[in-house]
Design a protein around this ligand. Structure first.
Ligand SMILES: [Zn+2]
Length: 151
C-alpha cells in the first residue's frame, strides 16, 4: 500500500487581503513637511517628498512609513509648472534613490504646478501652488508650509 503525503496549504492568502485595506491618512487638519523640508505628497503610495533644490531643480523622493527613502522602481513622475499659456514641462532622471529634474524651474517665485505620478495603474495628479517665499507662520517655504496661516 502506498501512502501519499499531502502538503497542507495554509490560510495565509486570507491575511494578505486584509493588509491591503490599510487606510489612507488624508487628514487635512494635520500637515507634515517632508524629512528634508519639502512638500509631503500623500495622495500616492508610497508617499513622496517634493523638494526644490538650491539650483532650482525639483527632487522627488519616495518615502516609507518611517520617512526613509525608498527606490522608485518603475514609477515615473512629471511636473508641469508655470502659466497655463506657457507651461514648463519637467522630466526626471534617477539620482540615487531620488528622481531629479533635468530642467530647472521657470523664473519667478510663485506659480501653479501639477505633479503626475505614474506607477502601474492610472496616473495620480497633485495640483498645488509652487510658492518659494518664506512662510511667515512656520519654518518652511510656502509650498511646503505646515501651518494654517492666512494666504
Ligand atoms: Zn506655514
Amino acid at each position: 500500500m502506498k501512502i501519499r503525503q499531502r502538503l497542507m496549504t495554509g490560510a495565509l492568502a486570507l491575511m494578505t487581503s486584509l493588509a491591503a485595506l490599510a487606510a489612507d491618512d488624508h487628514d487635512p487638519a494635520k500637515k507634515e513637511a517632508g524629512p528634508n523640508g519639502g512638500r509631503l505628497v500623500t495622495a500616492v503610495e508610497p508617499h513622496l517628498e517634493l523638494l526644490v533644490t538650491e539650483d532650482r531643480k525639483v527632487k522627488i523622493t519616495f518615502l516609507d512609513e518611517k520617512k526613509q527613502a525608498v527606490d522608485p522602481g518603475e514609477t515615473t513622475v512629471k511636473l508641469t509648472c508655470g502659466e497655463r499659456a506657457n507651461p514648463v514641462r519637467m522630466t526626471f532622471e534617477k539620482d540615487g534613490k531620488s528622481l531629479v529634474s533635468k530642467e530647472v524651474l521657470p523664473e519667478g517665485k510663485n506659480f501653479p504646478a501639477v505633479l503626475q505620478v505614474k506607477s502601474n495603474g492610472k496616473p495620480v495628479f497633485e495640483r498645488f501652488q509652487l510658492n518659494l517665499a518664506d512662510c511667515p507662520g512656520c519654518e518652511y517655504l510656502e509650498y511646503a508650509c505646515t501651518c494654517d496661516h492666512e494666504h
